[in-house]
Ligand binder design. Structure first.
Ligand code: ATP
Length: 438
C-alpha cells in the first residue's frame, strides 16, 4: 500500500545548495528557458522558480537527446555541478540525463528568454501568463513578495497582530464616488475601499494590528498611478500621543523593508537594477508650508496636493534634505476622511499626513478620533448620518484608546522602489477602467 507521510516532499531548487554540491550530481526539475546549440554541444538554460541555471548538453555525457527539448517545455535533469564564473550564480551543470516531463504546445508569442520583453505594456498585460515567465517581469513580483515579507516581519517584531477584514461591506470606509456597488443577495453592498473601520475596531482588543489585503477603488480615469484593485499595507496602533508616533513607526518600517530586501532579495535587485533609497530622517512639512516652499510652482489647489506638487516637493526634499521621502501633514479638517482627528490647536486642520516618495504619494495616515461624541460631531459637521455608521461607532461607544495608523499602496511603493513608470507593471493581473482580464 502507498503511504504518504509528507517526508518525500521535493524541495525547490536551491542555488546555495547547488553551489555547495560542486563535483556532485544533482537532480533539478525546471522549465527550459533557452537552448543554444553549438557544433559539438549545447547550452540548455533552465528556469526554476527563482533562478536561471546553465546546463551543458553533450551527446557523449548525456543518455538522452535534445530532440524534444524545446524552449518552454518542462524537464527533469540529472547532472554534475561545476564551478564556472561566467555562468549564472557561478555554476553550470554537465547533463547526464534530460527527460521532458511536460511538452509545450505552442511557441511563445513573446521574447520570454530576452533580458526584457521589448513589447508594449498593453501586449505584456494582455499576455500575462506568458509575459511573467520573463525573468525581469517575474522578478518584479518576487521583489514585491520581499516588500510584503519585510512589512510583515517588522510588524510582528513590533507586537502588531495580523488581521483579516471583510472586503464585502455595507458601508464604504472612504466615501465618495469611487466605490464599487455589488449585489449581495437582495441587499445592496460595496467592495471595501479600505480596512479602516475594522482595523480601528481591532485596536480596542489587540492594541496594534496590521493587514496585507486588496482594497477596491472605482477609479473612473486611467492614470499611471491608479488601479481599481490594489494591495494595501495597513497598520493601526493604539496608545499614541500624536500622529508623529505613526510617522516614526512608518520611517522605521521603511528602513526595515529596505534592509530586508537588501539582505534577502539580491538576485531580484540585480535583475531589476533597483536603486534602493537610503533612509535616515524623513522631513515633514505642513500642507501650508509645502505650498509656501513651492511658491509659484504650487498648484492652484490650496486644499490638497496635486500630482505636480508631489513631484516638486520630492525634488525639494532631495535638494534640501537629501531625502527621497517627504511627509506632508495637516490637511483641511473639512475634507474627508471623517475619522481624522481635528488638530486641537487649530481645528480647521486635521491630524492627517501623506508620505511622498520619488514624486508620488504612497501613504495616507493620521491620528483617528477615538472619542464617541467627537466622532458623532465630526460626522454631523460633514453632513453624514451617524446612523449609517452604527456598527463602526460601536467601537467608539464602548471605548477606544487614542490611536492612529496608515495605509501604503503596495503597487505604488514597488513602482517607486524600482523606478517604474506605470503602476500596472507592479500588479500581476491589474484591474483598471479598461481591463478586467486576464
Ligand atoms: P490619490 O490622491 O493619489 O488618488 P488617495 O488620496 O485617494 O490617492 P488614499 O485614499 O489616501 O489615496 O489611499 C492611501 C494609499 O493607497 C495612497 O497613498 C496610495 O498609495 C494607495 N492608493 C490609493 N488609491 C489607489 C489606487 N487607485 N491605485 C493604487 N494605489 C492607490
Amino acid at each position: 500500500m502507498l503511504k504518504i507521510d509528507g517526508s518525500q516532499l521535493i524541495k525547490e531548487f536551491d542555488v546555495e545548495e547547488a553551489i555547495s554540491s560542486i563535483g556532485k550530481d544533482i537532480e533539478i526539475s525546471a522549465c527550459v528557458h533557452k537552448v543554444r546549440k553549438m557544433s559539438e554541444f549545447a547550452f540548455v538554460i533552465l528556469r526554476t522558480g527563482r533562478y536561471l541555471i546553465q546546463t551543458i548538453y553533450s551527446p557523449d555525457n548525456c543518455s538522452d537527446t535534445l530532440e524534444d527539448v524545446k524552449e518552454g517545455c518542462y524537464v527533469k535533469v540529472v547532472g554534475t555541478v561545476k564551478e564556472d564564473d561566467r555562468a549564472y550564480n557561478g555554476i553550470e551543470i554537465l547533463l547526464k540525463s534530460i527527460k521532458v516531463i511536460a511538452k509545450m504546445n505552442n511557441d511563445y508569442p513573446l521574447h520570454v528568454s530576452h533580458k526584457k520583453l521589448g513589447c508594449s505594456l498593453d501586449v505584456n498585460l494582455d499576455m500575462r501568463s506568458v509575459a511573467l515567465r520573463n525573468p525581469y517581469e517575474r522578478a518584479i513580483f518576487k521583489f514585491q513578495e520581499g516588500v510584503c515579507n519585510g512589512f510583515r516581519e517588522f510588524m510582528l517584531k513590533n507586537d502588531f497582530t495580523e488581521i483579516h477584514t471583510p472586503k464585502i461591506v455595507a458601508q464604504g470606509a472612504e466615501g465618495g464616488a469611487n466605490i464599487f456597488h455589488i449585489e449581495y443577495f437582495d441587499k445592496p453592498a460595496f467592495l471595501n475601499q479600505s480596512p479602516q473601520f475594522y482595523k480601528q475596531t481591532a485596536v480596542a482588543f489587540f492594541d496594534r494590528v496590521f493587514e496585507i489585503a486588496p482594497v477596491y477603488r472605482a477609479e473612473k480615469h486611467s492614470t499611471s498611478r491608479h488601479i481599481n484593485e490594489y494591495i494595501s499595507l495597513d497598520f493601526e496602533m493604539g496608545y499614541i500621543d500624536s500622529m508623529y508616533d505613526v510617522m516614526n513607526m512608518e520611517t522605521a518600517l521603511l528602513k526595515y523593508i529596505v534592509s530586508y530586501l537588501e539582505e534577502n532579495y539580491q538576485p531580484e535587485i540585480k535583475i531589476l537594477d533597483a536603486k534602493l533609497p537610503v533612509i535616515d530622517k524623513i522631513p515633514a512639512l505642513t500642507l501650508l508650508e509645502a505650498k509656501e516652499v513651492l511658491g509659484d510652482k504650487a498648484s492652484k489647489n490650496k486644499l490638497d496636493l496635486e500630482p505636480e506638487d508631489e513631484v516638486n516637493l520630492c525634488e525639494y526634499a532631495k535638494k534640501e534634505f537629501n531625502s527621497e521621502f517627504i511627509f506632508v501633514t495637516h490637511f483641511p479638517s473639512s475634507k474627508p476622511p471623517f475619522y481624522a482627528m481635528n488638530d486641537k490647536k487649530d481645528p480647521r486642520l486635521a491630524c492627517k499626513f501623506d508620505l511622498l516618495f520619488r514624486g508620488l504619494e504612497i501613504t495616507s495616515g493620521g491620528q483617528r478620533i477615538h472619542d464617541y461624541d467627537e466622532q458623532i460631531a465630526k460626522l454631523q459637521s460633514m453632513g453624514l448620518d451617524p446612523e449609517d455608521f452604527k456598527y463602526y461607532l460601536e467601537a467608539h461607544k464602548y471605548g477606544l484608546p487614542p490611536h492612529g495608523g496608515l495605509g501604503i499602496g503596495l503597487e505604488r511603493l514597488v513602482m517607486k522602489l524600482l523606478n517604474l513608470s506605470n503602476i500596472r507593471q507592479t500588479s500581476m493581473f491589474p484591474r483598471d477602467i479598461n481591463r478586467l482580464t486576464p
